[in-house]
Design a protein around this ligand. Structure first.
Ligand SMILES: [Zn+2]
Length: 224
């Protein structure tokens, strides 16, 4: 078996499951090495009871990653919803540390035009850290969509335009289990960060390419 090394770069704990939880489950089932890094704790901008919330979200995250079969995790502590306040160079260097450690050939990360500022900065830092130099292990970069961030971007920006589809029909139940670990991050329907909407999107993305359920990605780069 040709084992691959995969790195998921997410701004907040829950982005990895919403964006590519089924694809992560597919990779781990195939025996690939998957690492996930988080750039913020996802809580510090929310005001009340911050440290208790961070602890609780870390626990949810740990459980969700266990469901997905992830053992390699790195967490950075950039300010939640304020990553535009820190030098891009610092964020880039953190991602370079993770690339150095995990030597991924494939990276999954955020779309460049998401409404959430942390997602945009994370995207920019990944692209900067993955300058296509001969020594870089990174050969492919795929961008995932996160409901309530990707579809809420400004109409003046380019829209998420997927051109890679991963069949997650066999992995939806695993994604659902992982999503439920983040139940505090989910909102009542018709908010788009909701199980019903996330499932509907997977059915829609699948049906557009003749599959039952899919996760869709925009290809940033493939080097072969
Ligand atoms: Zn996020």
């Amino acid at each position: 078996m040709n084992q691959k090394s995969i790195l998921v770069v997410a701004s907040h704990p829950d982005d990895e499951v919403i964006g590519c939880g089924g694809t992560i489950a597919m990779h781990t089932a195939a025996g690939d090495q998957v690492a996930v890094i988080f750039m913020t704790n996802g809580e510090s901008s929310r005001g009340e009871a911050v440290s208790a919330n961070i602890t609780s979200r870390n626990k949810d995250c740990e459980e969700a990653l266990k469901v997905l079969g992830i053992k390699n995790v790195m967490k950075f502590d950039y300010p939640d919803n304020m990553m535009d306040q820190v030098p891009l160079l610092d964020v880039t260097k953190s991602i370079e540390i993770a690339i150095d450690k995990f030597k991924p050939s494939i990276i999954y990360t955020h779309f460049s035009e998401d409404l959430n500022v942390d997602h945009r900065i994370t995207h920019q830092a990944v692209i900067t850290a993955c300058r296509p130099q001969s020594w870089s292990p990174v050969k492919s970069i795929f961008l995932f969509e996160v409901l309530s961030a990707t579809e809420w971007n400004s109409n003046s920006k380019s829209k998420f335009n997927p051109n890679k589809f991963v069949d997650i029909s066999d992995f939806w139940s695993t994604k659902l289990l992982a999503l439920n670990k983040y139940s505090k991050e989910l909102r009542p329907f018709p908010h788009s960060r909701n199980i019903k909407t996330i499932e509907a999107l997977s059915i829609y993305r699948g049906a557009t390419v003749g599959l039952n359920q899919a996760e869709a990605f925009q290809v940033e780069r493939i080097i072969e």
